[in-house]
Ligand binder design. Structure first.
Ligand code: KIV
Length: 269
C-alpha cells in the first residue's frame, strides 16, 4: 500500500515552478515498483525499455500492447504513490488517431496507469490532442526516440546541429500546445535541453540531457547495475546488483553442493 498520497499532475507542475527537481525511474513489475515507491520517486515509468532489459529483445520495437498492459498491471499492484506513466509501444499510436486513443485507453483501463507516454513531434500532435481530449494525460518524448532509432541513425545524440535542434524545440512547443503535461528529452546536448526546459511551461524530464532539465529519468536496471549488455554514457550506476546477485547465487550453489544449506535454522523439527 502507498504510504503517502498519490502524486498529482498539479504537484509536478508546482515542482517545476518552484525549481524542485523531479525524479522518475522505470519499473516493470511488482517488486521494482514497491522499491521505487519506497525510495520516494515522484514518477514511475513503465517504459517499453522493458523489451530490452526484461524481455531480452535487441530494441523496443517488438514490444506489444499485451506486454505493456501485463507489466503495467504488475506495477499498479504495488499501489504506488508515484504517478505511473506507461509507454505506448511502437505502432500502437502511429497508424490512426482512433487506434491511438483506444490503445492509450487500454493502458489506463486495463493496465491501471495514470498517464501514457508516446514518442515523436509534430507527426503525433493529432494523436496527442485526441488522447488528451479523451481525458488521458500524455507525456511526450523527443530527441533520441528509441522506437525510431534506425531512422535516426542509431542510438546517438540528437540535436547537435542547428536544424535538428530547431526541430526538437518546435516539436516540444507543438506537443505542449497539443496538451502534453510533460516531456522526456533523451540524448540531446545539455545546452539545448536547458533552453527548451526554460522555454516550456511544463516539466521536462531528461535522460542524457544534462542537469538543466526539471527532472531526470533512468532505467531501473541501468542505475542498479542489473543490465550490462551496453551502458550508455549518460547512465550512472548507483549499485552493482548484477554482480552482487551472481555472488549470492554462487554462494548458494556452493552451500547446496557442500551440504551446508539448508541448516538447522531452515529445517523443521
Ligand atoms: O522506455 C523507457 O525506459 C524510456 C526512457 C528511456 C525515457 O522511454
Amino acid at each position: 500500500m502507498a504510504q503517502h498520497a498519490k502524486i498529482t499532475l498539479p504537484q509536478l507542475q508546482a515542482m517545476k515552478e518552484r525549481g524542485a527537481k523531479i525524479t522518475m525511474v522505470t519499473a516493470y513489475d511488482y517488486p521494482s515498483a514497491l522499491l521505487a515507491d519506497r525510495a520516494g520517486v515522484e514518477m514511475i515509468l513503465v517504459g517499453d525499455s522493458l523489451g530490452m532489459v526484461v524481455l531480452g529483445y535487441q530494441s523496443t520495437v517488438p514490444v506489444t500492447m499485451a506486454d505493456m498492459i501485463h507489466h503495467t498491471r504488475a506495477v499498479m499492484r504495488a499501489n504506488p504513490a508515484a504517478l505511473v506513466v506507461a509507454d505506448l509501444p511502437f505502432l500502437s499510436y502511429q497508424v490512426s488517431v482512433p487506434e491511438a486513443v483506444a490503445n492509450a485507453g487500454r493502458l489506463i483501463k486495463e493496465g491501471g496507469a495514470d498517464a501514457v507516454k508516446l514518442e515523436g513531434g509534430q507527426a503525433v500532435v493529432p494523436a496527442v490532442q485526441a488522447i488528451v481530449a479523451a481525458g488521458i494525460p500524455v507525456m511526450g518524448h523527443l530527441g533520441l526516440t528509441p522506437q525510431s532509432a534506425v531512422q535516426l541513425g542509431g542510438f546517438r545524440v540528437q540535436g547537435r546541429d542547428e536544424a535538428v535542434a530547431a526541430k526538437i524545440s518546435a516539436d516540444a512547443a507543438a506537443l505542449v500546445a497539443a496538451g502534453a503535461f510533460s516531456l522526456v528529452l533523451e540524448c540531446v546536448p545539455a545546452e539545448l535541453a536547458r533552453r527548451i526546459t526554460a522555454e516550456l511551461p511544463v516539466p521536462v524530464i531528461g535522460i542524457g540531457a544534462g542537469p538543466g532539465c526539471d527532472g531526470q529519468v533512468l532505467v531501473y536496471h541501468d542505475l542498479l547495475g542489473l543490465f550490462d549488455r551496453f551502458r550508455p554514457k549518460f547512465v550512472k550506476q548507483y549499485a552493482r546488483l548484477g554482480e552482487a546477485t551472481v555472488a549470492a547465487l554462487e554462494q548458494y550453489r556452493d552451500e547446496v553442493r557442500q551440504g551446508r544449506f539448508p541448516g538447522e535454522e531452515q529445517s523443521f523439527k
